[in-house]
Ligand binder design. Structure first.
Ligand SMILES: Cc1cc2nc3c(=O)[nH]c(=O)nc-3n(C[C@H](O)[C@H](O)[C@H](O)COP(=O)(O)O)c2cc1C
Length: 178
């Protein structure tokens, strides 16, 4: 076998799902946005998504207190802003202003949609039982928006340490319903 041992600390770089998201929250009359790549689909309909947010993040407290957020899906055109929102805290910075992101009112939750993102998922926290142990919030998507003009979104997929894959070639294979 030609393989070498992979440090366990690098496993996430193989499995980390995508796309990278911008999560908006609204707490104490302030909107905030953070970058998030640790998420996973958990159910089809209603859509259920698991998201891991470090408690060190300002967004963690906002999500825990308000139980609402929007998962905004950026494309490669927003790469600089996406990394910027993941390297600054809403405790100190208005990231909408700093990164030129436009908040739009959501229809079912208080946190704003980000206009520049091609898709926006309005979410409510459905289950907090794994927050204490894993920082894992289980979210239900209650309303979803998509820009129909974006037919081949170049979403960002984090490989760790500042490296990203941009979604590209699409192949189609026979599959069952979903
Ligand atoms: C590409 C990328 C992916 C990230 N993914 C996550 C994540 O999945 N969970 C998390 O808690 N923080 C993640 N972060 C870090 C947060 O976005 C970062 O700590 C941010 O400053 C938190 O902002 P806040 O304090 O305003 O909430 C990521 C950062 C980057 C750049």
């Amino acid at each position: 076998m030609n393989k070498k041992s992979l440090p366990l600390s690098r496993v996430y770089r193989l499995l980390e799902p995508g796309p990278v998201l911008l999560v908006t929250t609204f707490h104490r009359a302030r909107a905030n946005v953070m970058t998030l790549s640790w998420h996973t689909m958990m159910d089809f309909e209603p859509p259920v998504v698991g998201c891991v947010l470090s408690e060190a993040n300002f967004s963690f407290a906002a999500l825990k207190a308000t139980r609402e957020c929007v998962l905004n899906v950026p494309t490669v055109e927003l790469a600089r802003q996406t990394v910027g929102c993941g390297n600054a805290s809403g405790r100190r910075v208005d990231k909408f202003a700093r990164f030129g992101l436009t908040p739009l009112p959501a229809s079912a939750v208080a946190p704003p949609l980000i206009a520049e993102c091609f898709a926006n998922l309005e979410c409510r926290v459905a289950d907090t039982r794994m927050v204490r142990r894993y920082n894992l919030f289980v979210l239900e998507v209650v309303k979803a928006w998509i820009d129909p003009a974006v037919t081949a979104p170049g979403t960002l997929h984090h490989e760790g340490r500042g490296a990203f894959m941009v979604a590209g070639e699409r192949i189609r294979l026979p599959s069952r319903k979903k």
